[in-house]
Design a protein around this ligand. Structure first.
Ligand SMILES: Cc1ncc(COP(=O)(O)O)c(C=O)c1O
Length: 393
């Protein structure tokens, strides 16, 4: 156990309106499940953030508040320090969440009916936000060789020629599988998009959560071409376990792309953080790196523990070892249960709520994403339940 940060401590979130409990019944048809689905962690939010919010509440008036330079500097300096990505303050703007940022980008950079390429199995909201805003999804599924996933460039070139998409989204690192894309892969995506006049939207919400802490490669940093066509979305929300505070940023290095976009955000004040977002973000980026380093070490140990447990006790399942984040992608396909029987087994036999792989795309049928951002005792309980359920078949 870490002495400074106690990630083994089980914190009871029932009765706190935590979504993982509040929406159990609606999403899974019963409320008595061990919840390991929605992507926040069961670890206490770092103390510097809590103290910053407590300090904020000492003001007697929670009036209109202008984000100080310290807010913008905290983001720019973090990207520089943590990811070696040096960009100007002018390249950054606030957005009130990454998912909301996706919708804003689709509305500003594309037109109704435009096509946007995604690479399933991937974060389910890409599809719903694209379609909900009247744009069309073009799928370029990842390739799975039974052990690991890679991008299908042949398929990408083909659909670009046939469908003429306006935009492509790269999830870097990739949720739900925890893939950390290497430089050569990102380079190839950038070059294909650049050569075909396609804007690249890089969702880097998990960029801070790569286990090997300095090795995240921001897509826009790859080359001049990348900087010219990439719109990046990121946030301290997953990183520091504060997704309840709507705070995120967009980085657009190209003045040609960003000037109109940032003015458009400003017109409706989408670019204005709330008072809590301001102080939480400054505290997170300036004072919580030690917490993050510790949590990443704990998550890597959880990934080791879970993959070893499954190999030893439930060898019919397939795991893809994550390089980032706190989802473990588990394949049940060798059991040949089919999607519905698997869902029933996990909900009604194992009594756990995990993210159904099919929500990330049809390719995810018979897979699940298990949230391993939990104390190890809870993770073991979940794995014990899965093992017993599989044994009962
Ligand atoms: C890849 C990805 N992007 C965006 C989001 C949502 O971010 P936010 O809570 O800032 O809207 C998630 C949440 O799970 C995610 O996995």
């Amino acid at each position: 156990m870490d002495t400074e940060f106690d990630f083994d401590r089980v914190i009871d979130r029932r009765g706190t309106d935590a979504t993982k409990y509040a929406e159990l019944d609606e999403k899974f048809g019963r409320s008595d499940l061990l919840p390991l689905w929605i992507a926040d962690m069961d670890f206490a939010t770092p103390k510097p953030i809590i103290y910053a919010l407590q300090d904020c509440l000492k003001k007697s008036i929670l009036g209109y508040t202008t984000a100080p330079d310290a807010f913008w500097n905290s983001i720019v300096n973090w990207l520089d320090r943590r990811h070696n990505w040096t960009i100007s303050r002018q390249s950054i703007d606030f957005v009130p969440g990454v998912k909301k940022g996706l919708g804003l980008c689709f509305n500003y950079f594309t037109r109704p009916g435009d096509k946007i390429v995604i690479q399933p199995p991937v974060y389910h909201s890409f599809k719903s936000v694209i379609e909900g805003n009247g744009r069309r999804v073009i799928n370029n599924p990842l390739r799975f060789d039974g052990k690991s996933y890679s991008m299908d460039f042949e398929g990408l070139r083909k659909i670009i020629a046939e469908e003429k998409p306006a935009m492509m989204i790269v999830c870097n690192p990739h949720n739900p599988i925890g893939i950390q894309w290497d430089r050569a892969t990102l380079q190839q995506v950038v070059d294909i998009c650049y050569d075909n006049g396609i804007l690249l939207l890089s969702d880097e919400i998990y960029g801070d959560m790569v286990f090997d802490r300095h090795s995240h490669i921001p897509t826009a940093s790859i080359s001049d071409k990348a900087a010219e066509i990439t719109i990046t979305l990121g946030a301290p929300s997953k990183t520091f376990n504060i997704p309840g505070i709507a705070t995120a940023w967009t980085a657009v290095v190209s003045p040609k792309l960003r000037d109109g976009f940032f003015n458009w955000l400003k017109a409706s004040e989408f670019d204005t953080p709330t008072i809590g977002a301001i102080y939480a973000t400054i505290a997170a980026y300036n004072n919580c790196a030690p917490w993050l380093d510790s949590v990443l070490a704990y998550l890597a140990q959880n990934a080791d523990f879970a993959t070893r447990y499954i190999a030893d006790n439930i060898p019919a399942l397939t795991t893809v070892y994550p390089k980032a984040g706190f989802g473990l992608w588990i394949g049940f396909h060798k059991l040949r249960l089919g999607h519905d029987r698997l869902a029933d087994l996990l909900i009604n036999n194992a009594q756990i709520a995990v993210s159904d792989g099919i929500t990330f795309g049809n390719e995810g049928s018979e897979f699940v994403r298990l949230n391993i951002g939990v104390p190890r005792s809870v993770l073991k309980e979940a794995l014990d339940r899965i093992a017993a359920a599989v044994k009962s078949i």
